[in-house]
Design a protein around this ligand. Structure first.
Ligand code: CA
Length: 241
């Protein structure tokens, strides 16, 4: 996995890159925002380690621009500016994690691995998958920009699936999410919600599809062409568990 280290202290940047190299990463070093912009336009990095105090511009500006361009590359901020306000601002601007200097490189590497394990579907407050977009603040779901009118619980399931897209979300996880741990859960209700969700997605021409993983749960993935109910092969996409 190739990562970009943006750090104006070149000696330190090289040392960090070498240390990342020992942990199986390939690391490039940029010493300014200009260099970081150029490097990130050339290479689709798995992650970016970003210092904030840079000679030409502030690292936060680079982060905002990156997110503004719709790039979901995980960004881990490493800075001496470690006040609460800085951390909050960085996370709001779209950083995935934040570490104050000085820090241990072991911890940085552990956090990089953690950040890389997360699915990266978020640009700001909007979660995207295929032509589907979920705005987590306004609670609106759109397919190709058109508003989808779905129930709150259907949306909760959709959010969960999109957040962990490509992996199976267990029935248990969905139950806990929908009903809370104390409430009595109703497993059949989940099938009803998922069935409705599939219909909404198919009717609106969404390029995502919910799969049933028998005995385990559900998984969402991107498909090339919108699928309509009639086209769904039985078994793989049946609504019965
Ligand atoms: Ca610096």
């Amino acid at each position: 996995m190739r990562v970009l280290v943006v750090e104006d202290n070149e000696t330190y940047g090289r040392l960090l890159a070498a240390r990342l190299g020992l942990s199986g990463f390939e690391a490039d070093v940029a010493v300014s925002v200009a260099e970081a912009e150029w490097a990130s336009s050339q290479v689709d990095y798995s992650a970016i380690v970003l210092d904030l105090g840079l000679p030409d511009r502030d690292g936060m500006e680079f982060l905002r621009e990156l997110r503004g361009r719709g790039k979901t590359t995980p960004v881990l901020i490493v800075t001496a500016r470690n006040r609460l306000a800085d951390r909050v601002a960085a996370l709001h601007a779209g950083a995935d994690d934040f570490m104050g200097k000085p820090f241990s490189t072991d911890e940085l590497i552990a956090r990089l691995h953690a950040v890389l394990r997360r699915p990266h579907t978020m640009v700001g407050r909007v979660m995207r998958l295929g032509n589907l977009a979920i705005d987590l603040e306004t609670r609106q779901v759109r397919v190709d920009g058109a508003l989808l009118s779905i129930r709150l619980r259907e949306q909760a399931i959709l959010e969960l699936l999109v957040r962990d897209h490509g992996t199976v979300v267990t029935r248990r996880a969905i139950e806990a999410h929908l009903f809370g741990l104390a409430d009595e859960s109703d497993s059949n209700a989940i099938d009803v919600y998922v069935h409705r969700l599939r219909r909404h997605l198919a009717d609106s021409g969404a390029t995502v599809q919910i799969h049933t993983v028998r005995g385990v749960g559900f998984m969402i993935s991107v498909i090339r062409q919108p699928v309509h109910d009639a086209d769904m092969p039985n078994g793989r996409n049946g609504t019965q568990p």
